[in-house]
Ligand binder design. Structure first.
Ligand SMILES: NC(=O)C1=CN([C@@H]2O[C@H](COP(=O)(O)OP(=O)(O)OC[C@H]3O[C@@H](n4cnc5c(N)ncnc54)[C@H](O)[C@@H]3O)[C@@H](O)[C@H]2O)C=CC1
Ligand SMILES: [Mg+2]
Length: 331
């Protein structure tokens, strides 16, 4: 049994959450003293402060007061999913109130439900990962209410770490799809691509879903060959990020090099792909997102903003190029 308030270190937090995930009674108890991030049909509740959004954590007592206005009681809390815990080990949950009327809820809570893909640009870093995780988990539960084998309903455990089929006991765990995102470099220049579905003028590193049975390295080699007709020569892991759009993905970012740089663009996948010099990439990193059209009717090239791992992957390439240049000058 874990008492509240005793844990402060990362390991203690992790063990606390581990118990909550699997122990329904303990998690039910944590619900009554937890804090809640609210959603409405997968749009998070946010409050504007200046030009940024902040997701308010609603206490259990405040939430129960709000729910009571709609004739709901504490049994509604069990529709929540566990997200994590605060430094003082208050369990944090996400709850979708999509069945209640949106505008009256917004008035009641003095905040708004905003589409995450739009709100994310203005949301602070810690809130972005929390809301991404919450939305992905809520969406997974919404989409997995029936067993794919028996067609019978599945039941969520209290924390939401799994669903179990009521007829055959099959256990379903929240899923995400691995995606590689690769910044290809030929030494002096890097390759950025644009897809039909991207906002106008946005260029980024090559991305692609892993296929069943592939290693990460195989996916990178296949995607680069498929999309731009190049053979990867070397590959280095950079970092990863959970990405909630359009479903839940684990973005695995890599730096790759190629020897040959003649592009053969797959037009079914990409609208355009180009080699960019260090100066051009530095310029693109400085362009605001969704820039207005220039005098000639085109838009300046821009890259994904700071909430996307692509941004940091591109920044790292710039840093490496700058260091190389400095080393050359110092020789
Ligand atoms: N966080 C970041 O920095 C960035 C994230 N991305 C994300 O990467 C993802 C993949 O990029 P794409 O070039 O679109 O991938 P892609 O090159 O693999 O093409 C997408 C196609 O792959 C197929 N596919 C295979 N497995 C799939 C699955 N599990 N889910 C959906 N489609 C699947 C579908 O036919 C789909 O049309 C996108 O969802 C995009 O949002 C893309 C660039 C930057
Ligand atoms: Mg792709």
């Amino acid at each position: 049994m874990v008492a509240q308030g005793w844990c402060s270190s990362y390991i203690k937090h992790t063990r606390f959450l581990f118990e909550l995930k699997e122990n329904d009674d303990l998690c039910r108890q944590a619900l009554t003293s937890g804090s809640f991030y609210l959603f409405h049909n997968l749009s998070p509740l946010v409050q504007k402060s200046g030009s940024t959004y902040h997701a308010p954590a609603i206490s259990c007592s405040d939430l129960l007061k709000t729910l009571s206005q709609y004739g709901k009681d504490k049994s509604t809390l069990e529709e929540s999913v566990l997200l994590g815990c605060s430094d003082s080990c208050t369990a944090e949950f996400a709850l979708d109130l999509g069945k209640l009327e949106q505008s009256s809820l917004e008035k009641e809570l003095s905040a708004e439900f905003r589409d995450l893909s739009k709100a994310i640009v203005k949301t602070d870093g810690k809130n972005i990962s929390l809301l991404s995780r919450a939305q992905a988990l809520l969406r997974w539960h919404e989409n997995n209410q029936y067993c794919s084998k028996s067609g019978k309903p599945t039941q969520k455990n209290v924390s939401g770490s799994k669903r179990v089929c009521s007829s055959n006991g099959m256990v379903y765990y929240p899923q995400m799809s691995p995606v590689v995102i690769t910044l290809v470099s030929n030494g002096n220049r890097c390759l950025l691509a644009n897809q039909e579905s991207f906002p106008p003028g946005m260029y980024t590193a090559l991305a692609g879903f892993c296929e069943i049975g592939e290693t990460l390295e195989e996916t990178v080699r296949r995607e680069v060959a498929e999309e731009v007709g190049l053979e990867v020569d070397s590959l280095r892991y950079y970092g990863s990020q959970h990405w909630p759009f359009p479903m839940s993905s684990l973005m695995i970012a890599c730096q790759a090099t190629v020897k040959d740089d003649k592009l053969d663009i797959n037009k079914a996948e990409l609208k355009d792909a180009r080699w960019f010099s260090l100066e051009e990439v530095i310029e693109a990193l400085q362009v605001q997102i969704m820039p207005p059209k220039m005098a000639d009717g085109t838009r300046p090239v821009w890259v994904p903003p700071r909430f996307a791992i692509a941004h940091y992957l591109i920044q790292e390439w710039v840093q490496i190029q700058k260091t190389r240049l400095e080393e050359k000058i110092n020789i």
